[in-house]
Ligand binder design. Structure first.
Ligand SMILES: Nc1ncnc2c1ncn2[C@@H]1O[C@H](COP(=O)(O)OP(=O)(O)OP(=O)(O)O)[C@@H](O)[C@H]1O
Length: 257
């Protein structure tokens, strides 16, 4: 379970550019299911993920993952517990390495290794089986450099790499946003298959309200660093969610501008 308590973050404190993103922000996320974070541009979604993964430091507050106070740990240590897939298909993979090498590196997450040993010690059969589960034919391209894969294939690989050592938490930051609608749906289906099969606690950022309802158990909407909606997806329709978004969030943005 992920428990965030009284998280505070201000960018450029004490300067004319001072920008407070979170003030005493608290949130508890249920284990083993997918929770979606929605909200308009700039409301703090990615900052929240960066604070959780440790790529930026909080000013104060607590982030507890399965009993571990991870807020004190450096990013590389947190990476042993947290898997992350970003919007950009070239992030999260090493484009000039092949699929087998990328997957072998993912298996070594959190460990020290040399490249020579990595290849010798890799577990090819297990990797092939995992790739087969994706059903994209990647198991036949083990020695293909990842830069030659399509965006959808790379995102699938990135997803598999982030989860091959079961993470305590998976962060999906608009991981299908750069894909065409058909591929986006395909990757979302594969994501949810994997999350459900492995029972991975997942936080997903999306701007796609339909995906939020269809693929997650709980929906949290942020606006200006605050939770403005927190609902089980079975308790809201796509129309109601769209109406809420348009009325409450777009209206509040108009008032500001
Ligand atoms: N490292 C940083 N340094 C300074 N300001 C930042 C930094 N990261 C984010 N911000 C600012 O914090 C605010 C929230 O940004 P964030 O990326 O979290 O929004 P978001 O909700 O993910 O938006 P989007 O939907 O556009 O991705 C923005 O005003 C952004 O400019």
């Amino acid at each position: 379970m992920l428990k965030i308590e009284n998280l505070n973050k201000t960018f450029y404190p004490g300067t004319p550019e001072e920008h407070r993103i979170f003030k005493d922000f608290s949130l508890e996320i249920e284990a083993n299911v997918c929770t979606t974070i929605l909200g308009p541009n700039g409301c703090g979604k990615s900052t929240l993920f960066n604070l959780i993964s440790g790529s930026i430091e909080s000013d104060s507050g607590s982030i507890n993952l399965n009993g571990n106070e991870i807020n004190k740990l450096p990013e590389e240590k947190r990476a042993s517990y947290i898997g992350k897939v970003n919007q950009d298909p070239s992030k999260g993979v090493s484009p000039s390495l092949n699929i087998l090498e990328n997957m072998s590196i993912a298996l070594k997450k959190g460990e020290k290794f040399t490249f020579k040993k990595l290849i010798k010690n890799n577990n090819v059969n297990m990797i092939v089986e995992k790739l087969k589960e994706l059903d994209l034919g990647l198991e036949d391209k083990l020695t293909t450099q990842v830069k030659f894969l399509s965006g959808g294939q790379r995102q699938s690989l990135s997803l598999l790499m982030s989860t091959i050592k079961r993470p305590d938490l998976l962060l999906l930051d608009e991981h299908t946003a750069a894909l065409d609608p058909k591929t986006s749906k395909l990757i979302m289906d594969k994501t949810v298959d994997l999350i459900n099969r492995e029972k991975i606690t997942t936080l997903m950022i999306t701007h796609n309200l339909r995906h939020a309802i269809q693929y997650s158990k709980r929906i949290i909407m942020l606006n200006k660093g605050e939770i403005v909606l927190d609902v089980q997806s079975e308790d809201i329709t796509e129309d109601e969610l769209t109406k809420f978004y348009n009325e409450r969030i777009l209206e509040s943005l108009k008032l500001v501008s």
